[in-house]
Each structure stands twice: as C-alpha cells, then as structure tokens.
Write a protein that binds this ligand. Structure first.
Ligand code: FAD
Length: 291
C-alpha cells in the first residue's frame, strides 16, 4: 500500500531536527531505519504530516567505551551491534541479542534507537536493556535527560520519551568479572519477532554462588519486564539444576502474559519459564569460563 502524503526533511544536525520537531509538534515523526515506521505508514496504521529523517546526522552512529560503559549512538544499526568487537568483548549480551533480530536486511537498516523508541512488546532489545540495567540518553529543546532502562518501557508501544524528545544514546555497563550472559528466544515463524525472549546475566562469586542475577523478558506481556522473583530465588545460591528450575518457575510471578494466535497466555507463560531456565543455565556455564 501507499502511505498518506507527508513532507520529508533530512536535517544534518540534532539542533536542526529538534527545531523541526518543535515546529511541527504532534504532526511530526522521526525516521531512523524505517523498519517499523514505514510499514505502519504504508498500512495506514499511522499517518504523519512531517517526516524527519535522522539518517544524515553524523554523530548518532557509533559504539565506544567510556568509563566502564559501552555507549551506542541511537542510529547504530542492529548489524553494527551484532558484529561489534567491543560489545562482543565487553557486553556480549547486547551483541547476542541483536543477532536474533529479524533477518540480515532488517539488521542492516533497523537501529537500536528506533527499536527502543518504538517499544514493540515483541522486540528483542528490551530484554537485554533491562538485564543490563542500561541507561537511555535523550535530548529535547529543554535539554538532556537520562532514563534508566527499567523506567523506559511504559506499556505496549509506549515509552518514557516525551513529545519533542530524541533518543540519542544507549549506555550499557560492561560485564563484571566472572559474568556470563545469554539471550534465548522463541521466534515468531514469519516475522522473527519474539514470542518469548529471555536475557539472563549471572555473576558468580569465588565459591561459585550467584552474586548477581538479572533476567529481562520480552514478548511475554504488553511490555518487557524483569523476573524479580527468579532473580531473588537464585541470588546467593549455588546454581545447580534444581535451584535453576525452582528459580525459573517463578519467572512469570505477578505478570499477566499475553495471548494471541501464535501462543495462548498459558503457553507463553510456560515458554517463559522454560526459556528462563535455559538462558540462566547458559549464562552460568559461560560465567564459569570468564576470568
Ligand atoms: P523506525 O521504523 O524508523 O522508527 C520507529 C519509531 O521510533 C518511530 O515512531 C520513530 O519516530 C521513532 N524513532 C526512531 N528513532 C528515534 C530516536 N532516535 N528518538 C526518538 N524516536 C525515534 N525487531 C525485533 O526486535 N526483533 C525481530 O525479530 C524483528 N523482526 C522484524 C522483521 C521485519 C520483517 C521487520 C520489517 C522488522 C522487524 N523488527 C524486529 C523491527 C526492527 O528491529 C526495526 O528496525 C525496529 O523496531 C525499529 O527501528 P528503526 O530504526 O527501523 O525505526
């Protein structure tokens, strides 16, 4: 289908993009990789009078280390995240998560900023963003803002971004010593989106017990969430098979799982628990090999 008519802008600086957002308000949208927005425009699920393409703003695509964190510009593509040697070394969970997104074409065009701003409940990154306790940086006419990952995803397709705000950077802490992580997913067979996706991060202490456990889950509910009861059940314990199973069984505590034609709410809850155990087991195995 053909989208409704819109005016197209290609600013070359953040200041220019912010001025356009300010000028056109609710009738303007940012365009990044276009892999969520353009299908929605074409299907006329949404319409916009003014499309502001941030693809020509040079300083929005980078991956660099800064004071114990890896910082990613909003326009960094999924493919750049997946293949980044820095991320594979310092924060492999995010790179592994990116490798599960869609197909090569989607990964070559789609951006981390666009994916997070869109907040599809079945998107992959939110699970890793929560497990990593990442931070999201934004800029607007009112200045810069830092939003904790845990506060960013508000509801289905809804984030903490305010009108006129541009997501500029994602900051992920580098993995601590003796830390292992894993992202596992049940992909929807046609789109590749997550029916359920689980990001697990485990740090072991000198006795081999779990010092830190973080589990982020996507696809299972209207927004991504942390499996708090699972994390508490495992922290301070030796992660043997029985303990892992007991902890993973609590992954959906307090969560209303979603049901659709691909998976009923009950089946999604079951998948969530099964994949939480598998992701935790893999993270533990990897942690054992880390200096
Ligand atoms: P766009 O589509 O350009 O924008 C999306 C929204 O974010 C728009 O509302 C836009 O205004 C806003 N936006 C963009 N950038 C910013 C910014 N910097 N600041 C504020 N707002 C911004 N995703 C997955 O996670 N897993 C999958 O398996 C998966 N499979 C896919 C399969 C197909 C066939 C397709 C088409 C997409 C798939 N996606 C999947 C989605 C893909 O990852 C998109 O790239 C992503 O959701 C949106 O990123 P984008 O850069 O394309 O953003």
């Amino acid at each position: 289908m053909i989208p409704a008519e819109f005016a197209y802008y290609a600013p070359t600086s953040l200041a220019e993009a912010l001025a356009l957002l300010r000028q056109y308000g609710d009738d303007a949208k940012l365009l990044a990789g276009g892999h969520s927005l353009l299908p929605a425009l074409k299907l006329r699920l949404t319409s916009v009078g003014h499309l502001i393409d941030i693809g020509r703003i040079n300083n929005l695509a980078y991956i660099r280390e800064d004071q114990g964190r890896v910082c990613l510009g909003a326009r960094t593509t999924h493919s750049e995240v997946e293949t980044s040697a820095l991320l594979q070394q310092q924060c492999p969970l995010l790179a592994e998560c990116a490798s599960h997104i869609g197909d090569v074409q989607v990964r070559n065009r789609g951006t981390i900023g666009g994916s997070l701003a869109h907040a599809d409940p079945a998107a992959d990154y939110p699970a890793a963003i929560l497990a990593l306790e990442a931070e999201i940086q934004t800029v607007s006419a009112n200045g810069k803002r830092s939003i904790k990952g845990g506060k960013f995803f508000v509801d289905m397709l809804t984030t903490a971004l305010r009108p006129g705000e541009i997501l500029t950077e994602v900051r992920v802490p580098t993995h601590a010593a003796h830390t292992g992580s894993a992202y596992l997913k049940v992909p929807q067979p046609a789109s590749g989106f997550a029916v359920v996706g689980v990001a697990a991060l485990v740090t072991l202490d000198a006795k081999g017990q779990c010092a830190t456990v973080r589990v982020g889950i996507t696809g299972a509910a209207t927004k991504a969430f942390r499996a708090g009861d699972t994390e508490s059940a495992l922290t301070g314990r030796l992660p043997d098979d029985t303990i892992l199973a007991q902890a993973a069984a609590q992954a959906t505590n307090g969560i209303e799982t979603s049901g659709d034609i691909f998976a009923s709410a009950e089946y999604r809850a079951h998948l969530t628990r099964v994949y939480t155990k598998r992701a935790l087991a893999k993270a533990v195995e990897r942690a054992k090999t880390q200096p």
